[in-house]
Design a protein around this ligand. Structure first.
Ligand code: ADP
Length: 489
């Protein structure tokens, strides 16, 4: 809107008409005081100000407008009939006006000026708005930066407070942040701790796993800078994903050296204890057999029954000790497979026979399904039979209400798959992976059934050494299927 200020009503009238004819919105004031009041109240894009007015002249009005932030940037065109003198024109500019037009007014010239200033003022207003929004944006960004910085500081403080060595990596694998504990194992925040030469393969494995963008957990010995000692650490790393890509990695090294030492001592104890137990047990077994033969007891007599029970228990003890010995062999890398071309179907048949003979006739019913692997393939017959007997024994043991067990085989180009299905208690899904761990027993059933939780651990190692796979599917209260595969070649 344009404000016309003039004490002469006819001047106001003709100017108003002129401007309105060009579609400009117009407001008027007939004195300096009225102009000031309106200027502070309304928004004007241009003021056309008569210089000569009683009480407050145009220069004073302009000077007052220049003193207020709301009005100081409104362009002013002074109108004057008399003060054409250069002195007055200068005063007009000094008091804040932008232009000076003398009367009699040339309407065309005035309109050109009005249009120009009106446009400039419009553009100024636009610029001002843009500037304000830019300032807001810069402010917003600055605030975000401050927040991010404080979050980063907080995150780093948390990593510092961890009892582990902690670090972060960029997506390309460069170290970005390390906490203080890092420097116990590395001289620089740019290089990884030195890994024991025997654990180097783990480092390559780490590189391979990193490409899969999955959390990593590896054990390796790293060298303490001060003592020079290699200590076992558990390295864990997790990717921070963004749009299915790793933005960063967060990692920790946890010192598990003491734990490892205790574990080693326990393994050594197991190994020594099972060896020491095995020798007298072998003697007991031999003497009981001798006694049995010498006494020539009547098969139906209670004494014969006692001797049979003793032999039975000796066999159980013997199996337990053999399993424990196997565990220590696995720990020491001494469980070796003797691969010989063997007929797998015969081995399956033998295992089923052994189970039938060692169990009450009514307590088992074993069905044989699928394509029979009736051909020679390389494997360790004794060890594979051990796996089968373990699967079958478990199938019977963990199915107190249903004696049906199915052995299924399938043969494809590369492997034979052998499955043992039971209709027993089943295993909850979240515990299924763990059953192959050393000494693991499913809590729910561990009180009801005897066992040490090492049978499946040994089975997994035997199958692994054959280059096969092992696994299970199970539904609680419906039953389980344990399977393994063996490569044909
Ligand atoms: P053990 O039977 O001596 O405890 P295993 O290593 O053979 O040890 O089995 C580990 C655990 O897996 C068992 O304690 C049991 O909880 C579970 N399990 C194994 N086989 C079965 C099965 N067929 N059905 C249900 N649970 C089973």
């Amino acid at each position: 809107m344009i404000l016309i200020v003039d004490d002469n009503q006819s001047n106001i009238f003709s100017l108003k008409r002129l401007l309105e004819s060009q579609d400009f919105p117009v407001d008027t004031a007939s004195s300096g005081e009225e102009a000031l009041a309106k200027g502070l109240r309304n928004d004007y894009q241009l003021i056309i100000l008569d210089v000569q007015m009683p009480d407050m002249d145009g220069f004073e009005v302009a000077e007052t407008f220049a003193g207020y932030s709301k009005t100081k940037e409104i362009p002013i065109i002074f109108l004057s009939a008399v003060n054409t003198d250069k002195r007055f024109i200068t005063k007009g500019y000094a008091s804040g006006g932008i232009d000076y037009v003398t009367k009699p007014i040339d309407p065309d010239i005035l309109m050109l000026k009005v249009k120009t200033y009106y446009n400039i003022q419009g553009q100024n207003a636009e610029l001002k708005k843009t500037k304000q929004s830019l300032e807001l944006e810069v402010k917003g960004r600055r605030e975000t930066q401050v927040v991010m910085k404080s979050q980063l500081d907080h995150f780093q403080q948390m990593l510092e407070a961890l009892p582990q060595i902690a670090f972060t990596l960029s997506n390309t694998g460069e170290i970005e942040f390390v906490n203080r504990r890092w420097f116990q194992y590395s001289k620089s925040d740019k290089t990884f701790p030195e890994v024991h030469p025997d654990d180097k393969a783990l480092v390559d494995e780490f590189g391979r796993q990193r490409e899969n963008l999955e959390a990593i957990a590896l054990e390796a010995r790293i060298k303490n800078i001060e003592t020079g000692e290699y200590r076992y650490h558990l390295l864990r790393m997790s990717p921070i994903l963004e749009n299915s890509e790793a933005k960063n990695w967060v990692g920790t090294f946890t010192d598990i050296n003491d734990q490892k030492r205790v574990e080693k001592e326990k393994d050594e104890f197991l190994s020594i204890a099972s060896h020491e137990l095995k020798t007298p047990l072998t003697s007991i077994k031999a003497y009981v057999q001798l006694l049995d033969r010498k006494l020539k007891l009547d098969k139906e007599s209670p004494e014969a029954n006692y001797v049979a029970k003793v032999q039975d228990q000796i066999d159980k003890l013997n199996n337990l000790i053999t399993d424990l010995l196997d565990v220590s062999k696995i720990e020491n890398g001494k469980l070796k497979m003797n691969l010989q071309p063997t007929n797998l179907e015969n081995v399956i048949h033998n295992a089923i026979e052994t189970i039938i003979q060692t169990h009450d006739e009514n307590s088992v019913s074993i069905e044989r399904h699928g394509q029979k692997p009736d051909f020679l393939m390389p494997f360790d017959a004794i060890r594979v039979e051990q796996v089968l007997i373990n699967f079958l024994t478990n199938a019977i043991k963990y199915s107190p209400k249903n004696n049906r067990v199915i052995v299924t085989t399938s043969v494809d180009e590369n492997d034979v798959k052998i499955s043992v299905t039971d209709f027993g208690i089943g295993i909850p899904e979240y515990k299924q992976d763990a059953v192959f761990n050393k000494f693991y027993r499913v809590e729910e059933s561990s009180l009801q059934f005897q066992g040490m939780g090492i049978g499946l651990y040994i089975c997994a190692e035997i199958i692994k050494q054959h280059g096969g796979s092992i696994g299970l599917s199970s539904i609680i209260d419906e039953g389980s299927t344990f399977y393994f595969t063996l490569p044909i070649k």
